[in-house]
Design a protein around this ligand. Sequence first.
Ligand code: CA
Length: 223
Amino acid sequence: MRILVVEDEPALGAQLVRAIGAAGHTVDSAADGATAHYLGEVEDFDAVVLDLGLPKLDGLSVLRRWRAAGRNMPVLILTARGAWHEKVAGIDAGADDYLAKPFHMEELLARLRALLRRGGEHASARWQCGPIVLDTRHARVQVDGQPLQLTSHEYKLLAQLMQRKGEVMSRTELSEHLYAHDSDRDSNTIEVFVGRLRRKLPPGSIETVRGMGYRLVDLDAGA
Ligand code: CA
């Protein structure tokens, strides 16, 4: 999944990027409200962690503007401890959840998982497509009950295909979810990663739809 972290406190920002990245997500970050607002407008994120006290444009205004523009990705806001009015204002502005500072990183990751579940069609942290099972909590994959070793790129790619199983995803869409905003995005490399992933998965798992992209096939369906 692709997550945007908005936090102006450098140490906390870096900690969030590290922890969310280690949970198997692609992370972009912004340290002020104006940058955050821009990224949320032009990029597609699966969820956003948004601090409210930000330079240039405060978090509540960022959130209100996104919602007014129809950007409906799940947003978890970070509020000051005990500031109940911030929580109320945040929810009124369209936040999906909130967490008071200071918080335990584990709790933030759990809340984020819950938001991502709500955002996608999957009702649990364990996603299945035929013989392939992906455990989003531990970023692990099994095929027919056997653990499968994947690189972090291969895992992200598979997670993206599984979240939208049965649907065709274009190379551009996949590369947008795989690479952070400023990194070198090249949809040709997707072909290479799909090739590698394909060799590790049961034959026929990833279907190429000519001129359109790739689709994850449920091998047990209709069998
Ligand atoms: Ca702040």
